[in-house]
Design a protein around this ligand. Structure first.
Ligand code: C5P
Length: 216
């Protein structure tokens, strides 16, 4: 399937939510799945904007990369990149961020054994893109679930009003966070499909075929 003349936005990697100048809250996403999707979309002729959280990966050929750190910055970068034909939210966006950033490094207090951090919800990039006046024709999200995968994935399809949810099949050898291979269970309103386990580049190609075939 060709993506000639199409604009594709992909978000990838973790977000880092700063607590103080020395510390942050992050997660274990490597960004590899999102980078593989961006690379494959560019190979198919799309104009690709890749919004990347803090990762150590080279920029795929022909892709415009915007580096961000926090969920708020990722939200701003993704929505500013609209309009697009397709948005694929493959980033592991932090659900919560510290309510306040401390410009001074937090200190251990003598005699105190605990520290309470007040966290607030981040804005949901995927849901906001799906509800945006410039909504892409196709909005695809990811989900990391450990149980009741179909139940939660279908719930997300509806709640976030997206066209497809790709659930990582956890427990499949070598797949998921940090791995070079991945296995997905993909859900859309009319059906579902399992992809992989296979190298993330291969999974990306099959996923783009599926978006073209099932959602067109
Ligand atoms: O609800 P949950 O976080 O499990 O949904 C995962 C999907 O939502 C992923 O595609 C992720 O990139 C996206 N997401 C987002 N903004 C958030 C939280 C999750 O875009 N603040």
């Amino acid at each position: 399937m060709s993506l000639n003349g199409k604009q594709v936005i992909v978000s990838a990697g973790p977000t880092y939510e700063d607590i103080d100048p020395a510390r942050f809250i992050g997660n274990r996403s490597s960004g590899k799945m999102g980078f593989a999707i961006a690379a494959e979309a560019a190979r198919r002729g799309a104009a690709v904007v890749l919004v990347a959280g803090p990762v150590h990966l080279p920029t795929p050929e022909g892709v415009t990369r915007i580096d961000v750190r926090s969920a708020a910055q990722m939200h701003e970068a993704v929505t500013s990149a609209l309009p697009a034909s397709i948005y694929i939210g493959a980033a592991a966006v932090a659900d919560f961020t510290p309510q306040a950033f401390s410009s001074a490094k937090l200190k251990k207090k003598p005699g105190t054994e605990t520290l309470t951090l007040e966290l607030v919800r981040t804005r949901d990039i995927l849901a906001d893109v799906a509800a945006h006046p410039l909504r892409p024709k196709r909005v695809v999200g990811f989900a990391a679930e450990t149980n009741d995968i179909e139940h939660y994935a279908r719930g997300k399809l509806q709640a976030k009003r997206v066209d497809m949810i790709c659930a990582n099949r956890v427990g499949v050898t070598g797949s998921g966070f940090e791995a070079d291979d991945n296995a997905l269970h993909v859900f859309w309103t009319q059906g579902d499909a399992t992809l992989g386990p296979a190298p993330k580049a291969e999974v990306a190609a099959v996923l783009l075929d599926l978006i073209d075939k099932e959602l067109d």
